[in-house]
Design a protein around this ligand. Structure first.
Ligand code: SF4
Ligand code: SF4
Length: 235
């Protein structure tokens, strides 16, 4: 799956033709990038882990372990999302995203194609169809996107600099949960270490004084880590 720009010329007659004929292809990612935007809400169902890619570390919703072909999110039942109202924003906006005045779609979605009866035009009078924005994109997220991304980066840097993160593999060294894990993914995942955070707080009582909201995020993420076992059991 890759993100592609929506081109007013190339896609002038394209539409989103609906999910009815699809077997939820979008619900088959191991991980999906997260931001602080809906982290408190998403942690109700998904573990938030940290993923290293090209020397950059980012928070991710963690969906499942392996690389079994056709493996899907454990909340998907009979091609329906069982946590639809509470699904993460990344699921809500799929297959669309917007950045720096450009609109994108994910080419893993088979229903972005020449418009069919009952589909939704990508463009209306030369502009992205307002219904696409209304149905897939949160105005609040869109308005704050850049700020939100920057804040997420600063938060992750704080966790790294404070030595709060530890490799997933080391943290769960004695757990059987490794067995089905895609090895390359396992090497790239990090997790918040509750004891380290406790020790750092004892050593430096002011560690959260500049950013009291970080403590709330951290508590929420640590709680979410218990879903790792839950997802493992659901599979
Ligand atoms: S958004 Fe695209 S990939 Fe996901 S279920 Fe609908 S048609 Fe399928
Ligand atoms: S939370 Fe729902 S929409 Fe998101 S991947 Fe899982 S089943 Fe699909």
């Amino acid at each position: 799956m890759a993100r592609k720009i929506i081109d007013p010329k190339k896609h002038a007659n394209f539409g989103f033709n609906g999910c009815a004929a699809c077997d939820a292809k979008c619900c088959s990612s191991n991980i999906v990038f997260a931001s602080l935007y809906d982290i408190n809400q998403a942690t109700a169902h998904f573990p938030i882990l940290f993923y290293v890619r090209e020397k950059q570390i980012s928070p991710v919703y963690f969906f499942y372990y392996g690389e079994i072909v056709g493996q899907k999110c454990p909340y998907l039942l009979n091609s329906l999302c069982t946590i639809y109202e509470e699904r993460p924003y990344a699921c809500r906006s799929y297959p669309f995203s917007f950045e720096s005045m450009h609109a994108y779609y994910d080419d893993g979605c088979p229903q972005i194609a020449p418009l069919e009866a009952g589909g939704m035009n990508l463009f209306h009078k030369g502009k992205i169809n307002a219904n696409i924005m209304k149905n897939f994109v949160s105005d609040a997220f869109h308005e704050q996107k850049e700020k939100n991304n920057n804040e997420t980066e600063v938060f992750v840097k704080f966790c790294l600099d404070s030595n709060f993160l530890v490799s997933y593999k080391d943290f769960y060294a004695s757990s059987a949960m490794h067995q089905n894990f895609k090895p390359s993914l396992l090497d790239q995942l990090f997790i918040l270490h509750p004891q380290r955070i406790g020790v750092m707080r004892m050593k430096n009582k002011d560690i959260f004084s500049d950013n009291p909201e970080y403590l709330e995020y951290i508590v929420s993420i640590i709680k979410s880590q218990s879903h790792i076992q839950k997802l493992y059991d659901l599979q």
